[in-house]
Design a binder for this molecule. Structure first.
Ligand code: ATR
Length: 282
């Protein structure tokens, strides 16, 4: 019997999730269908309940519903709780519970560590942005035992409140925030700079303190573009960064982890990333 899955967001037309999950299903011989649904800004909760009642086994959730998705679930993984948001739901028919996970952080870590070979242990990491994307990745980054994580944001107060709201979950960690002035004073270069702002979606580069780039600095943008070079990555190259990557790899990896959580099968992501990159370039 064919199982049914979907992704919900608003807007949703741009989502690559249906292509990715169809490729995973084809590759692993899973009998499933995956569709895109436009979420209703008012009636999201009713929609989700209806879909799970009628045919869905699992649902991916994208902007702006990730926090509401977490609130809907009665069972939550700790990484979803730490992020305060869920991008993956499933219905457990044995317990009749709606369960929530967050695979964004593990998606980034797999892309960085496994595909790009970037080790985070003892490294100095700068994260730009303090929105939902940062929430999703902060926990797994800190678990990788970096030497330091610095967080900066255009609106400083938002960085402060993000760290304060996550503090209990994060415990004691090598995290500095509100860091613009401190970074300027110390002129400290970083091993890895992650752009978790939405600036690239508008072709803009977020403001950066001086002295953060060095020859070995890796630049990673959570956003992706067909060419693979976002405005932030183009700027990073100008600053001398030689290793740069956009977020298409993370997108495929977070989808693979969701697929695993639903189906118990971990797909071959390298092949799907290649197919997706060439489809985007057309
Ligand atoms: P979310 O829904 O995930 O919170 P968002 O409101 O679009 O997404 O914000 C994502 C992040 O991108 C925020 O840190 C935002 O900075 P502000 O808190 O100052 O708004 C950041 N951001 C968006 N556009 C930006 C730009 N052009 N330059 C720098 N930062 C930007």
């Amino acid at each position: 019997m064919t199982d049914h899955y979907a992704v919900v967001g608003n807007p949703i037309g741009h989502s690559k999730s249906p292509i990715i999950h169809r490729l995973f299903a084809e590759q692993s011989g899973q009998d499933m269908e995956y569709r895109a649904e436009l979420g209703d800004l008012c009636d999201f909760e009713e929609q989700v309940a209806d879909w799970f009642k009628s045919d869905l086994q699992g649902l991916n959730v994208t902007l702006p519903f990730k926090e509401r998705a977490l609130a809907l679930a009665t069972k939550k993984t700790s990484r979803a709780v730490i992020a305060g948001a869920s991008n993956t739901l499933r219905f457990n028919s044995k317990t009749a519970e709606l369960e929530a996970d967050n695979t964004d952080g593990v998606g980034l870590m797999r892309d960085l560590q496994d595909r790009l070979g970037i080790e985070l242990k003892h490294k100095r990491i700068l994260i730009l942005g303090a929105g939902g994307a940062t929430r999703g990745i902060l926990g797994p980054i800190l678990e990788a035992h970096p030497a330091l994580v610095a967080l900066t944001n255009r609106t400083e107060a938002r960085a402060v409140s993000l760290v304060q709201s996550m503090q209990i979950a994060l415990g004691s960690c090598p995290l500095v925030f509100n860091a613009q002035s401190e970074l300027v004073q110390h002129h400290t270069a970083f091993d890895l700079i992650i752009n978790a702002t939405s600036a690239s979606l508008k072709g803009e580069v977020p403001p950066l303190p001086p002295g953060v780039w060095a020859e070995q600095t890796v630049a990673y943008d959570l956003a992706y573009v067909p060419s693979g070079e976002t405005a932030f990555l183009a700027y990073a190259r100008q600053q001398g960064a030689t290793k740069c990557a956009d977020g298409l790899g993370m997108l495929v990896e977070q989808a693979a982890e969701a697929f695993y959580w639903w189906r118990g099968v971990l797909p071959d992501t390298a092949q799907v990333l290649k197919q997706l990159r060439s489809a985007l370039a057309k």
